[in-house]
Design a protein around this ligand. Structure first.
Ligand SMILES: [Zn+2]
Length: 170
């Protein structure tokens, strides 16, 4: 399928499906079934023309099984604290890990910079969490295991929750 044909099906409300097969992403539409080259899907993702619906294994970003038309804003990342107006240019920081026992040889790639907390809100996070965050990130990049990635994502969620609580003055 060509890019324009994919976009017109997305605009009509069709969902794009994605699955990892032998470590590669396979994309398709259903009813009528049409395969979408990963090069086309990657271009749509990079442009923010498609957004994932969050139904991924382990909730890891970038790995949803369903994608729909996006807002075209993927080139900017907003601060994760609600109502904060700060944004920065999207700078993907991809980590690829082995899925291990779940499916031998399969890998999961996620963009750990998909979410961001601005400098002001980052300062509201307790130093212990910030140190844990830095250590968990270093470890995930070094050992490249699913477990290390899941630990990093847990620490990130804690940091985000504390930034949001800090912003609310709790
Ligand atoms: Zn902020």
């Amino acid at each position: 399928m060509k890019l324009e044909a994919v976009l017109s099906r997305l605009r009509a409300g069709d969902k794009l499906h994605m699955q990892l097969v032998d470590g590669a992403r396979v994309w398709w539409f259903e009813g009528p079934w049409e395969t979408v080259p990963s090069s086309v899907a990657d271009r749509l993702k990079a442009a923010g023309d498609i957004a994932e619906l969050g139904d991924s294994l382990f909730g890891i970003t970038g790995n949803s099984q369903s994608w729909a038309i996006g807002g075209g804003v993927a080139d900017r990342v907003a601060c994760s604290v609600p109502h904060c107006r700060r944004t920065r240019r999207a700078l993907p920081d991809l980590i690829t890990v082995e899925r291990g026992d779940y499916a031998d040889g399969d890998t999961v790639t996620t963009d750990i910079a998909e979410e961001w907390i601005c400098a002001d809100h980052w300062r509201a996070i307790p130093p212990a969490t910030r140190q844990l965050h830095a250590a968990a990130k270093r470890k995930a990049k070094r050992v490249k295991t699913l477990m290390a990635l899941l630990v990093f994502l847990r620490v990130w969620n804690r940091a985000k929750r504390q930034a949001i609580e800090g912003a609310a003055g709790i």
